[in-house]
Design a protein around this ligand. Structure first.
Ligand SMILES: [Zn+2]
Length: 193
């Protein structure tokens, strides 16, 4: 699996031009049919998404190309999950967050718990990314909780990536930096560049 930008035609162009790299061996990825259709939910509406599949010309492994608007094994759009994390850090509870996003409070609770469990890991990972992209960054001032510190580090990494490589819409950089695994049980997030 590889996180790619959400612009399908741009991904198609990169794929045909051999510009996408295999996450396993850095070989060239080429078009290879499509992955299974899935539904993506945002503000109570579902849209169908059929991710592109690619195949490495070196190691022959196939890789699903997942748009950066989504996370691994999550049905809800990343923009909703991201909004829930920010609202939680601002002191909101799961019921109000769920009501605002048209998501069941238990679903929100699941996101918040998963993120909290891995907050320290994401703080370290995103700080490594931020610092690799901009060595002049000052250390993060502790915000009082691991949850909030992780969000601060994510924000720094996204800003640094935007300054270096240009903006990505929505939470696109977060999907890229965490390799889609922000709320995964286990994942091998992209190492810092
Ligand atoms: Zn490969």
């Amino acid at each position: 699996m590889l996180i790619v930008e959400s612009d399908r035609s741009a991904v198609e162009q990169s794929l045909f031009a051999g510009e996408l790299r295999c996450p396993s061996c850095r070989g060239e990825l080429r078009p290879w049919s499509s992955a299974r259709m899935r539904a993506v939910r945002e503000q109570g509406r579902e849209t169908a998404l059929t991710p592109r599949r690619s195949r490495c010309t070196s190691c022959a492994k196939t890789h699903v190309l997942l748009p950066d608007t989504t996370l691994l094994r999550r049905r809800d759009a990343l923009v909703s999950i991201g909004a829930a994390l920010l609202q939680k850090a601002a002191g909101e509870g799961r019921r109000r967050i769920g009501a605002a996003l048209l998501v069941h409070p238990d679903t929100v609770r699941g996101w918040l718990r998963r993120f909290a469990v891995r907050a320290e890991r994401w703080r370290a990972h995103c700080w490594a990314w931020a610092h690799a992209l901009d060595a002049s960054l000052p250390a993060i001032e502790p915000a009082g909780s691991a949850f909030a510190d992780a969000l601060s580090a994510i924000g720094l990494a996204v800003s640094a990536a935007t300054r270096r490589f240009g903006p990505r819409p929505g939470w696109g950089w977060v999907a890229t930096i965490t390799a889609g695994g922000l709320l995964a049980n286990t994942s091998s997030p992209s190492p810092a560049p």
